[in-house]
Design a binder for this molecule. Structure first.
Ligand SMILES: Nc1ncnc2c1ncn2[C@@H]1O[C@H](COP(=O)(O)OP(=O)(O)OP(=O)(O)O)[C@@H](O)[C@H]1O
Ligand SMILES: [Mg+2]
Length: 201
């Protein structure tokens, strides 16, 4: 198997599943964590990621199909999504308008009570068949406006750091798209509170 990426918590390999191109994501042990806790964290995130990938797709947000989950080995085999990541696309083109589509997708996630937990432009792949969201291991099912606001505060932080040139135009476009979520005004109100609170800490 070809290693395609060694991320912060997982190794990703290119493989095949029943003849189809696939990605194997294996969460690797972290030596600085107590072994039992480490295993628990890896298993929980593996299970959570598989469940949320499916739930997001049912909500209308494209995600890679989950082909196989092995909780003991903390591995997921999923569909390989061919395409450029939003990160590289935005760095290459400066097309802030893409953020509107991303906002619409997040509106669908939040509208279906899915909090992603790690929204970044590295976790979105632009495929011919639409924007695909990946990396749901820190996500959750939640009805809480606070959780949804925090999801966006984290995204804003990473977005501004990665794409400073289009920070304002991109974020305004995202807000337009996110407006499709009926409770968007409540989330933005809470967003401001969370940002203010964070400044005090
Ligand atoms: N299903 C997939 N199809 C194509 N590429 C993928 C797929 N899943 C992951 N990748 C690639 O591998 C990278 C890392 O995957 P992922 O974000 O799930 O792992 P991670 O360990 O959380 O990584 P990071 O620490 O970078 O967030 C993605 O940014 C993407 O480039
Ligand atoms: Mg990632």
């Amino acid at each position: 198997m070809e290693l395609i990426r060694k991320g912060a918590e997982a190794e990703l390999y290119l493989t095949t599943y029943k003849g189809r191109p696939a990605v194997l994501k294996r969460r690797v042990p972290k030596r600085y964590r107590v072994r039992q806790l480490d295993e628990y964290i890896r298993k929980t995130r593996t299970r959570r990621e598989a469940r949320l990938l499916e739930r997001a797709r049912r909500a209308g947000v494209p995600t890679p199909s989950v082909y196989h989950v092995d909780e003991e080995r903390t591995e997921i085999v999923m569909q390989y999504v061919e395409g450029e990541r939003a990160k590289e696309y935005l760095l290459r083109t400066g097309d802030a308008g893409l953020m509107r589509k991303i906002g619409e997708h997040i509106a669908l996630l939040h509208g279906n009570d899915i909090v992603h937990g790690d929204l970044t432009t590295s976790n979105i792949i632009l495929a011919d068949t639409g924007l695909h969201f990946i990396d749901f291991g820190l996500g959750a099912v939640s009805t809480s406006i606070e959780d949804k606001a925090v999801d966006l505060v984290c995204f804003r932080r990473s977005f501004v750091a990665t794409h400073p040139e289009i920070a304002d135009a991109g974020w305004n476009a995202l807000k337009e798209g996110y407006g499709r979520y009926p409770r968007a005004p409540d989330v933005w109100e809470r967003f401001e509170q969370v940002v203010r609170r964070a400044r005090y800490l």
